[in-house]
Design a binder for this molecule. Structure first.
Ligand code: IPT
Length: 270
């Protein structure tokens, strides 16, 4: 048996850890994994990846590409009888998906900062072409509104550490005072830590920073990063388990599973 994995850029930490987790769970169940990587998320690229994996006769497909509802429906229709499972779509879409709880994750981060007395909070969000980046931004804004707060500034990176660095420099140059920074992933938070350090702002003395993902390196940042953990190993196993169930049982009713997230408190918040 063979599973197909269509993944976004593996030079990003989260997709590479998800791919590793899929591969290792699939090996346990004696499934092969064939993979197709798309560097820039785009529907046509996703469609040709689907065609190429279908022509390799995969028994089921995991799609880790950010897709809008209509795009995901188009991909599912292309797959016909081949089972397909999405991991970066809206949890509201009627299809087989496994995603992380963005409402809980963003709420945990905001509540943690508020409990430490922060009122001036800035945001560095991910690319708005990504469903999950939009859910994180909306989640932060809703959680802030519950405390009658608005973000002091809102910038946008592209998930890379370099974009986190550049956007944090841009934020500092706005001259709007902030005591805490919510960053939509750990790689951008890494860049943010460098920008704060070079600008003479101490973490967590002058600015607290919270990331998102808890990828493997985050415990070794300077200082070790407080972040929202998305358990990518659990995601990878759940994907393989659900997909193999679909392969063995034929068509089952659409099931959107939402995995829990947790706050990992390290040394960047005070
Ligand atoms: C999402 C990560 O949180 C983010 O850091 C980035 O790597 C992105 O993937 C790349 O697509 S996790 C995804 C399952 C929503």
């Amino acid at each position: 048996h063979t599973l197909g994995l269509i993944t976004s850029n593996l030079s990003l930490h989260a997709p590479s850890q998800i791919a590793a987790a899929v591969k290792s769970q699939a090996s346990k169940l004696h499934f092969n994994v064939v993979m197709s990587m798309i560097e820039q998320p785009d529907l046509d690229a996703c469609k040709s990846a689907v065609n190429s994996l279908l022509s390799q006769r995969v028994d089921g497909l995991i799609v880790n590409i950010p897709l809008e509802d209509e795009q995901a429906r188009a991909i599912r229709d292309m797959c016909g009888n081949v089972a397909v499972l999405f991991v970066d779509v809206s949890p509201e879409l009627e299809t087989h998906s496994i995603t992380f709880d963005a409402t809980a994750g963003t709420q945990l981060a905001v509540d943690h900062l508020i409990a430490k007395g922060h009122q001036q909070i800035a945001l560095i969000n991910g690319p708005q072409s990504s469903v999950s980046a939009r859910l994180r931004l909306e989640g932060w804004q809703r959680a802030l509104a519950k405390h009658r707060l608005n973000a002091v500034a809102q910038l946008q990176g592209d998930w890379s550490s370099l974009s986190g660095y550049l956007q944090t420099l841009a934020l500092i140059s706005l001259n709007r005072p902030f005591t805490a920074l919510l960053v939509a992933n750990d790689q951008m938070a890494l860049g943010a830590l460098r920008a704060l350090n070079e600008s003479g702002l101490s973490v967590p003395g002058q600015v607290s920073v919270i990331g998102y993902d808890d990828t493997e390196d985050s415990a070794c940042f300077i200082p070790p990063l407080t972040t929202i953990k998305q358990d990518f190993k659990a995601l990878g196993s759940a994907c393989v388990d659900q997909l193999t169930a679909l392969i063995h049982n034929g068509d089952l009713p659409a099931n959107a599973t939402i995995l829990p997230v947790s706050l990992v408190e390290r040394k960047t918040t005070a």
